[in-house]
Design a protein around this ligand. Structure first.
Ligand code: AFP
Length: 354
């Protein structure tokens, strides 16, 4: 076969059948109802936000004012990066005129952003972490955006968004975007987990992996071991266990989305436990842990706080944090077994003293 012919055949065989995100949502729901159309449109808007953020990130070092800090501190007490503020605003501007959402709640904003009355107001809430892993932004390493969609319940007349203070089962969709060597959008609407890769030449997210399943066990444990002496003894027990047994390897990128994506693809466990100073850990329930818990369950894995199924946790406030143990079923269960063992021992010690 001539070289030109061969390369044409290869090129053709590498092409996907070009399933776009909006088509995929409708296929998954097997419906053209108003709800299905809304969900498809919502995902399409999230994809648009992802493309805009991805475009800025891909040239960030060349664009004046794209990198570094704004000088402000967010509701979490963290210094805000310019990219955090930019990405937060991108989601707002993409959804403001869409008629799909009534409000957007983000890790970066103390209170949700309500769609103004002069704009069409929708029935859904978008909950998101615009840039996850912002310490990676200025050094050109992978970062992400995390999102969840919930249907508004009640009128929210007092503007406190208390209907968002419900467990993870109330999410009707969740996902993340990973800005890495390629930009990928991974989502679930409760019918499995599916990945789309951004083809920059088309400006479209194209289906690249359907029905992703996390292996029941994997070699990776992903945790910031710099906090070793800040943890509860049970987490140290687990780390000592993996140090002493063959077949484990550590990976930690400083961006939850990147570490989660590795585990989703290859198995293992990501842990962000509570520390002495912050027993509830660092990660936010509504914007980070609940959306990823929704995804991992859809992929056949598990998410836990160590003592409770993550999806069952009801937040006290919009910015509630939870410890997170997430990934392959068997690996999550192993971490939990160390927590249970220490809890049992301390119960027995208390009982023997009384
Ligand atoms: P930022 O987006 O504020 O940088 O936080 C990222 C993150 O919430 C999560 O993506 C990482 O897994 C985790 O923090 C890293 O935190 P440590 O630096 O404490 O390990």
């Amino acid at each position: 076969m001539a070289d030109v012919e061969r390369s044409l055949v290869e090129e053709h065989s590498l092409d996907r059948d070009c399933t776009t995100l909006s088509r995929h949502v409708l296929q998954q729901l097997k419906s053209f109802s108003a709800d299905a159309q809304d969900l498809s449109a919502l995902m399409n808007r999230i994809a648009l936000a992802a493309k805009i953020i991805s475009r800025r990130l891909s040239r960030a070092d060349l664009v004046e004012g794209a990198l570094g800090f704004t000088g402000n501190v967010n509701v979490q007490g963290e210094s805000v990066k310019k990219m955090d503020a930019y990405a937060n605003d991108v989601f707002i501007s993409v959804f403001k005129q869409s008629g799909l959402v009534c409000r957007l709640a983000s890790e970066e904003m103390e209170k949700p952003y309500y769609i103004p009355e002069n704009c069409p107001i929708g029935r859904y809430s978008l909950i998101y972490d615009p840039i996850d892993g912002s310490s990676n932004v200025d050094i050109n390493l992978n970062i992400g955006s995390i999102f969840a969609i919930r249907r508004q319940q009640g009128d929210d007349i007092d503007g406190e968004a208390t209907d968002l203070l419900q467990d993870g089962h109330q999410q009707i969709a969740a996902g993340y975007v990973i800005y890495g060597p390629s930009t990928m959008l991974v989502y679930s609407i409760g019918t499995g987990v599916h990945a789309f890769t951004l083809d920059p030449s088309l400006g479209e997210f194209i289906l690249s992996q359907e029905n992703m399943q996390v292996p029941d066990h994997g070699p990776v444990y992903s945790v910031n071991e710099g906090n070793f002496w800040q943890w509860d003894e049970s987490i140290r027990d687990y780390i000592r266990y993996v140090h002493r047994h063959e077949g484990y390897t550590a990976r930690y990128s400083g961006a939850l989305v990147g570490d989660f994506h590795r585990i989703l693809c290859q198995g293992g466990v990501f842990i962000y436990p509570g520390t002495v100073k912050k027993p509830e850990g660092k990660l936010r329930l509504l914007y980070e842990t609940a959306p990823l818990a929704f995804l991992i369950e859809q992929a056949g894995g598990r998410a836990s706080t160590g003592t409770q199924n993550l999806m069952d946790v009801v937040p006290e406030k919009l910015h509630t944090r939870t410890p997170l143990i997430i990934g392959s079923k068997e690996d999550v269960a192993l971490v939990e077994s160390f927590i249970q063992e220490r809890a049992r021992e301390s119960k027995e010690a208390i009982a023997s003293r009384s």
